[in-house]
Structure formats: C-alpha cells, structure tokens
Design a binder for this molecule. Sequence first.
Ligand SMILES: *[C@@H]1O[C@H](CO)[C@@H](O)[C@H](O)[C@H]1NC(C)=O
Ligand SMILES: *[C@@H]1O[C@H](CO)[C@@H](O)[C@H](O)[C@H]1NC(C)=O
Ligand SMILES: *[C@@H]1O[C@H](CO)[C@@H](O)[C@H](O)[C@H]1NC(C)=O
Ligand SMILES: *[C@@H]1O[C@H](CO)[C@@H](O)[C@H](O)[C@H]1NC(C)=O
Ligand SMILES: *[C@@H]1O[C@H](CO)[C@@H](O)[C@H](O)[C@H]1NC(C)=O
Length: 666
Amino acid sequence: MVCKLYLVFIFSFVHLICHSSQQETGFVYNGFDQADLFIDGLTRILPDGLLQLTNATEFQMGHAFFKQPFDFDPSSTLSFYTHFVCALVPPTFGVDSGHGIAFVVSPSTDLSYEEQAQFLGVFSNETSSSSSHLLAIELDSVYSVGVDKLENPHVGIDVYSPKSIESALPSYFSSVLGKNESINLLSGEPIQVWVDYDGSLLNVSLAPMEVQKPNLPLMSTAINLSEIFQEKMYVGFSAATAKLTSNQYILGWSFSRSKELLQTLDLSKLPQAPPVPRKEKQKKQVPLVFIVLVILLVVLVLMVLGGAYWYRRNKYAEVREPWEKEYGPHRFSYKSLYKATNGFCKDGRVGKGGFGEVYKGTLPLSRHIAVKRLSHDAEQGMKQFVAEVITMGNLEHRNLVPLLGYCRRKGELLLVSEYMPNGSLDQYLFHGQNPSPTWLQRIFILKDIASALSYLHTGTKQVVLHRDIKSSNVMLDSEFNGRLGDFGMAKFHDHGANLSATAAVGTIGYMAPELITMGTSTKTDVYAFGVFVLEVTCGRRPVELVLPIEKQSLVKWVCECWKQASLLETRDPRLGRDFSSKEVEMVLKLGLLCTNAMPESRPAMGQVVQYLNRDLPMPKFSPSTPGIGAFMPVSMQASSAIGVSILRNSSVSLFVSHTILDGHGR
Ligand SMILES: *[C@@H]1O[C@H](CO)[C@@H](O)[C@H](O)[C@H]1NC(C)=O
Ligand SMILES: *[C@@H]1O[C@H](CO)[C@@H](O)[C@H](O)[C@H]1NC(C)=O
Ligand SMILES: *[C@@H]1O[C@H](CO)[C@@H](O)[C@H](O)[C@H]1NC(C)=O
Ligand SMILES: *[C@@H]1O[C@H](CO)[C@@H](O)[C@H](O)[C@H]1NC(C)=O
Ligand SMILES: *[C@@H]1O[C@H](CO)[C@@H](O)[C@H](O)[C@H]1NC(C)=O
C-alpha cells in the first residue's frame, strides 16, 4: 500500500518535473487548433487553426498569451528565443490598414486597460508606469504621430513605452542578392519573425516565408532585460485596430528559453491566412463610375464623330435630282469645288455681283476655273435653268467663256466656267487704276462680242439669248480677246420669282424699251449690244444719274451730240489721239442704230458683224430718224431698286419668254 502510495507520489513528482521542464523549454504551434492560450478582446482561434488577433473591426484589440508564465529569475540567464509567422491582411485590397501586432513579454496577461489603437494594445500611453515591465517587438503598420521615429510601417523594439528604443523599416538582408530587401508588412503575405535574446543582445529578424532566417538581423540592440523583467513573465501577442483595421493573424509560433531547444516551425503545416479580399464593395462602385465614364466618353466620342460627320456632310452636301442624271458630265461635286477654291476663301474671290460671288479655283492638273456662287431659293424653274445652262455649256465659240458645269446645293447654285485671267472689261473701262484699252483693242473686243452674239442668235440649232450684255459680262482672256460670259444669268437674277416668268430682266440701262411688254428676243440683245458699243466707245456707263440731266442717258446724249455735230466729243477721253475718227463715228452710229427704240429697225447681229468689219455699209440714218436716241422707258429715271420691284410685279411677268426659241425670232 505504502509502496503504491510511494509510486503515485513518484509518478506525480515525475509528472510535475516533466511538466515544469516542458514549460521551461518552450513550445511550438504549427497552427493553433490544439493550443492552450489565454485570449481576450477580438482574438479568436479559427477552426482551421489560425490565431486571429483581430478582425477588421474598428477600435478593438485582442491579446493571446501562452497560459503559463515563464520564469525570468534575474539570477539565471534571461535569454529567450522565438520564431513566429504572422500575416496582416488588409480588409480590402490596396486600402490603408492598421494597426499592427506586437510580440509581448509581459508580467500580466491582462492588458485590457491599454489604449487600443496607437499602442497596439500594449501600452496605455507614453508615461504610464503600469507598462514599465513590458517588452514589445512591434510590427507597426501605421505611423503614430509623435510616437514613432519612422513614418512608414516599421519594426520596433519597445521597452517601458511605445516609443521604440530602436526601429527599422521592415526588410531583410538577402545573402543571395547581397543586399537588403524590403518587406511590405501589409501585403497580406505571411511574414516570419525571429526575436533572439541571449541576455545582452536583442536581435530581431524578418523574412518572407520562402526565405531562410537571414544571417544578419534587422535590428541588434544591447539591452539588460533584468532591469525590466519581473520573475514571472507571460509571452504572447497583442494587436489593435483603430479607424484603420486589419485582419491580423498568427499562423505558427515556436518559443524557447534556450537557443538549442527552440523547436523548428513546420512551415508547410501552417494554416493559410486568407488572401486579401479584392475590393468587394468598391468593385461594384468603381466599375459603375468607370462604366458611366466610359459611356460618357463613348457618347462624347460618338457626338464628336457624329458632329464631324454631320459637319462634313453638310459642308459638302449637294442637291441632286433624278432629272440631273443626263447632265452627269457637267456636274461637279461640291467637294471638288470646295477644294479647288480653297474652301471659297476670301483671297480667291475675284468678283462680287448683285446675285453671287465669283471665286477663282484650281482643279487638279492645274486647270483654272471660275466658280460663281449664286444663291437661290426657288427650286421651281431650276430644271429649265440648269438645262439652259448646260445647253449653253455645249456652245462652242472662241468668244464665249466656256461653261464647264455646275453644282447644286440647298439654296445655292454653282456655275463653273473657265477662268479668264484678265477679268471683265468694265474694270478697264471704268477703273482708273487699270490701263485704258486702246481704240484698236476696243474695236477688236466689239467685233469679238458681236461675233459671239451672232453665233448665239444664228449659229446654233436653237436661238440662244444672252439677255444681259454689258461690259461687266465681257471677259478678257489671256490674249485680251473679248469673251462673252454669264449667258442666261439675267434670268437667274431675279431668283426670288418663278424663273420662267422673269424674262423681262436685264440690267438697267441696257434694257430695250419693249422688253417689259414683249419680253426678250434677239432684238433686245441687239439693243443691249448697242448700249455696250456706246459704253465701250464713250468710256462711261449707260445711265449716270450724277451727270446733268441731258447727259444722264448715254444713248440720248450721244444722239444729241450728233445732232449738234459734235458726235466725236462723246468718245472716251482716255482714248487719246490714237484712233480713227471715221471708225469711232461709225461705231457710235452703230450703237445708236442698235438702240433704236423700234425693235424692227435694229439690225440683226449678223449685220452688225458685217458693219463692224466694213463688209457692209451701214444704212443711212440721222439723229432725227424716228426711234434713234429715244428715251428708255424701262429704266431712264428708275433706280435699280424700283426696277427690280417692277420686275417682281407679277402683272409684269405675264409675258413669258424662253431663252431658247426654236427657230422663232431668227
Ligand atoms: C469580428 O469579431 C467579432 C467577435 O468575434 C464579431 O462580433 C464581429 O462580427 C467580427 N467582425 C467582422 C467584421 O468580422
Ligand atoms: C496617459 O494616461 C494617463 C492616465 O492613465 C492620462 O492621464 C494621460 O492623459 C495619458 N496621456 C496621453 C498622452 O494619452
Ligand atoms: C541592411 O540593413 C541593415 C539594418 O538596417 C543595415 O545595417 C545595413 O547596412 C544594410 N545593408 C545594406 C547592404 O544596405
Ligand atoms: C545577434 O546578432 C549578432 C550579429 O549582428 C550576433 O553576433 C549575435 O550572436 C546575435 N545574438 C543572438 C542572440 O542571436
Ligand atoms: C544587468 O543589470 C543587473 C542589475 O542592474 C546587473 O546585476 C547585471 O550584471 C547586468 N547584466 C549585464 C549583462 O550587464
């Protein structure tokens, strides 16, 4: 019995010895599922064996201590060795998180009085005496104002107070690379930490999982812990969160009082820290913002593209109708004209008339063209007008300005003709800055125009009326030959009205008296030619209201002068002396003959050509012959504005005349 009791005693004694010796040599936890720990606060041991010091709850802390204290008798050596693996997992990827963890050697497991956030749940504050026996190795992931020397996440050795006695940026010396490699505390990756104290030097080393313990510690501090430690000290961890939070884990932990007995952690057996969650909440927000931005961008781009397209479309838009098909070869694209005239730039403008502007342009192959832009708002009659224009484009005579084609746009008609480098005759007759044409040039031009007009009236299958002969419609080519341009334009002139009903249109001063009542005919062209002849010879416009009343009408004045036997006085003074008086007189008389108030008394253009060439003598007539030098009822006293208003009056437009009269009127 005694023996039995003795055995029991022995057994329990041995057990006691064993127990205490186990306590002294330390422990190892490859995962904490079997661990016997004291925990408080947020700290949990998760089913998979993770020791979660804190989850991502704000302003909380948690502690975990090995349940048995260790004996740090100052008489013996105070050395201890520990190796643990921790992971600080931010609540979401890429956000600031905190606050960190600390390995603590503390006289008490109760640190609940401490300030949670800044001091990792270890120290109450800088001056508190209750924490004076503490040693903490902190992995501080945030900068605590006024406490830390280093602003970045750092590793520190704290004694008494949260003010580290030594701190360093987390890194390890890689003997392979021969340099320090930094460690991101907040990567969420597990980090190995070693704390070695041999009684005088406290070494702290860090390394990532895949790296062996570095040869050189991160920090090595001489410290006499006998002045700090009490006899019984607990070892464990403390962690805290504040506004910034982290899921903070210990994966495995080995501790020993002696270097030799420190058991190695089996890193392959450690539980896995959960990965850093990708921005769950923001994933939904950011893409929304992103999608909205992308949509806005796409819409913007589409709008810009659409705008550009619309702009281009509009810029080059044309009006095409089925009936125009037959004029295909004469049709120019607006784009080509736009390019040829450099976008109808002002520099290329060579003329500006009452009903349009003329631009110089260059087609590919350096073909020079003149583009006349006529604004029109009447679609009515356009077909006929274009037909006529095209027909006239087919006319070929050396004294006609060749019409090359046309283009139609909304409210706009563009006529393309050959470019006449010397401009129009009126610029030489009436503008002092240009050289005055000599008599020889003038007579040649008169012959040119007479010949062109004769061709229009009789040289083609159909009778073509010009309707608007005047010096500004006589163009000069590079050899100073006169060329008749702008046929049929007069019709277009009164673009507001029905084109076919505006036959009685021309230019004030050139309009035959019968024009309003009888409409246009070859004879009205002859009348206008007569005025033009006088204009060229006298160097003045047919109607000049600024002159004394007897001189206002050119026709009347020339006739009066003839009556007073001073016909030659009416000649252009700029002619100088280099002219033949006989020829000038003949031409003046021809002008009067052509402007006879009675249409039937006017010569035909063919005859006019013959008179000019002296192939045929002019009929005898005097200034008192009826109809010669008659006043012009259409325009004599009418300002052009009144003239136009008369012409727009529908009662005037009853007399419809066609420009092209089949055989009739020859
Ligand atoms: C954190 O842990 C505490 C205690 O276990 C729990 O009440 C809380 O819901 C957890 N919070 C989060 C965000 O997981
Ligand atoms: C430190 O704590 C004491 C009481 O524990 C308190 O009076 C003092 O204000 C605290 N100091 C700081 C800086 O928080
Ligand atoms: C590595 O870091 C340690 C501790 O911070 C320092 O003493 C050492 O000079 C560094 N070595 C190199 C190569 O930067
Ligand atoms: C601490 O590190 C130094 C080298 O920096 C080394 O000589 C010493 O033995 C180390 N002490 C411990 C306890 O590991
Ligand atoms: C540490 O301090 C204690 C008491 O202050 C002293 O007895 C001991 O010799 C010191 N140890 C070392 C290694 O300096």
